[in-house]
Design a protein around this ligand. Structure first.
Ligand SMILES: NC(=O)c1ccc[n+]([C@@H]2O[C@H](COP(=O)([O-])OP(=O)(O)OC[C@H]3O[C@@H](n4cnc5c(N)ncnc54)[C@H](O)[C@@H]3O)[C@@H](O)[C@H]2O)c1
Length: 432
């Protein structure tokens, strides 16, 4: 393929990563086919609409679909480049599940031609790209695959992890540095040529295994550091200290940067990826495992603190602010906020009101609880008790006078200016 030719691209999986990726590649002028197993997703995209919430994505998808640069299908078709962005969850006992990757690779293998590039973007245990290569070799004995031939291989296979921040995906897809790991250096060079078409950040090449581990290490680093902050918040609670003040003061040290505690760690990345390392090296990862346990344990701690607070109060409505696992997004997967709010709803029934500007209805976890989805203004008017579980900007911007007189359990530290009639105990704020 010459540099000035636009490669045709097939993106497998049209979720939070695959759809923005397909749209950004289509914007660069490449003809893109997006493949998904969900007919509803395919239909929505072909009508120029989107099924997920992401800043500026709807306009971009609408534009590239109407110009004919992006279309979606249930069926994989031949292309020059294949990008796999399907889920990689874990099964029970935290065993990584790479079946979605293998299913997608099976469909790609059926249409592969000489000269094609296959890139795995799903967060994956170390060695997965080699497993994809081995599967392709088995399914397509007619093709010479990299690492298993002494001749020039017919195809290139690489791993390139995604490190975007939900809510800023389009900006970060283009501007973040990328780490591109080839099964061989030649594979990495081929994939590099592809990413340079639409990535402005620096693209660094390495081996597939190093790139797989790099992604897992990035999220484990975050998890371990959040665990430190969460552990501090529990200790501060016991010592009747304000953890937010202690962290603020400690961070004045020029080489200290403690992260913010919260109600636990959620999402499908930071709460999941460390287990991929632990599973590969169970005897050598005590710190990473304990960090996972501390962060999961924080969710239980917040639930118990919130219950103690509610038990001490008269039977007034309690507003839980936020279900999303992080600020300004509609993603509730593995969300500690959702877990805590749903458990409170099961304990306290219709006393629990949910405020989540990114939800149009309550998730199934609230079925039969009696809890109700209300808007911010209704909560401020009717609920004397507030538990903040997600730090959406819309919550942060509620001015002090609208919160005056409320009993607030601010698990995210979003309202450091909470009025004087609220007593601060660790990360738990109680009415005095
Ligand atoms: N969402 C993030 O912020 C983020 C960030 C970095 C990395 N990742 C990683 O990217 C990968 C994808 O994550 P996501 O958040 O986009 O997941 P997602 O669940 O939002 O989307 C995955 C899509 O793949 C589709 N799919 C499943 N099996 C398929 C198959 N065999 N063929 C075609 N489509 C198939 C699903 O229907 C779904 O629409 C995961 O490995 C994840 O860990 C996600």
């Amino acid at each position: 393929m010459l540099l000035d030719e636009k490669p045709s691209v097939c993106v497998m999986g049209l979720g939070y990563i695959g759809l923005p990726t397909a749209a950004v590649i289509a914007r660069s002028g490449c003809p893109v086919l997006g493949v998904d197993v969900m007919a509803g997703v395919v239909d929505t995209i072909n009508s120029g609409k989107i099924h997920i919430e992401e800043v500026d994505l709807e306009g971009l998808v609408q534009g590239v679909v109407s110009r004919g640069n992006l279309r979606a299908s249930l069926k994989t078709e031949p292309a020059d480049v294949f990008v796999i962005a399907v889920p990689t969850p874990f099964e029970d006992a935290h065993v990584p599940d790479i079946n979605y990757v293998m299913d997608a690779a099976t469909n790609v293998a059926a249409v592969l031609k000489t000269g094609n590039i296959v890139i795995l973007e799903s967060t994956s245990p170390v060695g997965t790209t080699e497993k994809v290569r081995d599967l392709i070799a088995k399914l397509r004995p007619d093709l010479k695959v990299p690492g298993l031939t002494n001749e020039i291989p017919d195809i290139a296979i690489a791993y390139c992890p995604e490190r975007v921040l939900p809510g800023k995906i389009l900006e970060e897809l283009t501007n973040n540095d990328r780490c591109i790991g080839g099964i061989t250096p030649r594979c990495a060079r081929k994939a590099l040529g592809f990413y340079r078409r639409f990535v402005r950040g620096e693209c660094v090449t390495t081996s597939a295994r190093a790139a797989e581990m790099t992604k897992l290490v990035e999220n484990s680093y975050r998890d371990v550091n959040i665990a430190f902050a969460n552990e501090l918040s529990i200790v501060a609670d016991k010592m009747e200290l304000d953890v937010w003040e202690v962290i603020r003061l400690a961070n004045r040290h020029p080489r200290v940067n403690i992260l913010r505690p919260g109600p636990g760690v959620g999402g499908h990345c930071i709460a999941v990826d460390p287990w991929f390392i632990i599973h590969s090296a169970p005897d050598d990862t005590p710190l990473i495992r304990i960090a996972r346990e501390v962060n999961d344990g924080k969710t239980g701690h917040v639930l118990e603190q919130a219950s103690l607070m509610i038990d001490e109060l008269p039977a007034v409505p309690v507003a839980c602010f936020g279900l999303a696992f992080k600020a300004n997004i509609d993603d509730f997967r593995e969300s500690p906020a959702l877990k805590i709010a749903a458990k409170l709803a099961r304990r306290y029934g219709s006393r629990i009101k949910i405020v989540e500007p990114y939800a149009s209805e309550l998730p199934a976890a609230f079925d039969g609880t009696g809890a109700e989805l209300i808007d911010i203004d209704t909560a401020l008017e009717n609920c004397p008790v507030i538990i903040t579980l997600t730090d959406h900007d819309m919550f942060k911007s509620i001015p002090l006078d609208e919160r005056a007189g409320k009993v607030v359990y601010d698990t995210r530290g979003i309202w450091p200016d909470q009025p004087d009639n609220v007593q601060v105990v660790g990360d738990l704020r109680l009415a005095s």
